[in-house]
Design a protein around this ligand. Sequence first.
Ligand code: SF4
Length: 245
Amino acid sequence: MNKLKVHSLESFGTQDGPGIRLVVFLQGCNFRCLYCQNVDTQPLCSKAEIEMSVDDILKLLEKQKPYFKNGGGLTVSGGEPTLQAAALVELFEACRDHGFNTALDTNGGVFSPTVNKLYDLTDLVILDVKHIDEEKHQKLIGASRKNVLKNAEYREKSGKPMILRYVLVPTWNDQDEYLHRWGETFKNYKTVTQVELLPYHTLGVYKFEELGMDYQLKDINPPTPKNVENARKILSQYFSKVVVK
Ligand code: SF4
């Protein structure tokens, strides 16, 4: 049985999926977002990580069960959880068998048969599509967006629910042109239950400093309320529910 490399746990999460959720943040990420707020989750291994089995997580879920009445359950986030897709397949199969709702908060960067299987087992996929332009995506994220789009298409074909997320980063992806292109790309998706707009913030900068890493977006300020409202209005032309988080 595979064990999961866990960075940290949040027992009463309310931001990543419906209701109250146990949020398990996994260690390791394949992207290098310039604005990463959890840069300490990026390395594949960390001295601080905890190894947890499926049973360990099921025990925590059983303890929290009384709080899951309003659609809550388990969310797995990261880092990038699909780097540990095989272990997650085991975990999500167990959740299905025990009646626990599952959500997967993913950057979409891994596309493989195991990840396909994981998507099929997941009640709600929360997929970040961080930039619609390939060249800009590579510069901002340090990787191609091709697998992200393939995963979005795969989920759409499955007919199961998906939330799309967009971190709004001034001067990088807040231009009207990119927002319209993003909206055009997904406007006909029937599985998108809502779009979440996350204004860029600098709360994770101290982690770069602690790790002796260069923070390249030093000169970028969080978007103004006017910028956020502009983005919300544009995306609302394409989607019935756009939520600013
Ligand atoms: S995908 Fe998330 S964890 Fe990975 S680098 Fe980007 S912001 Fe950080």
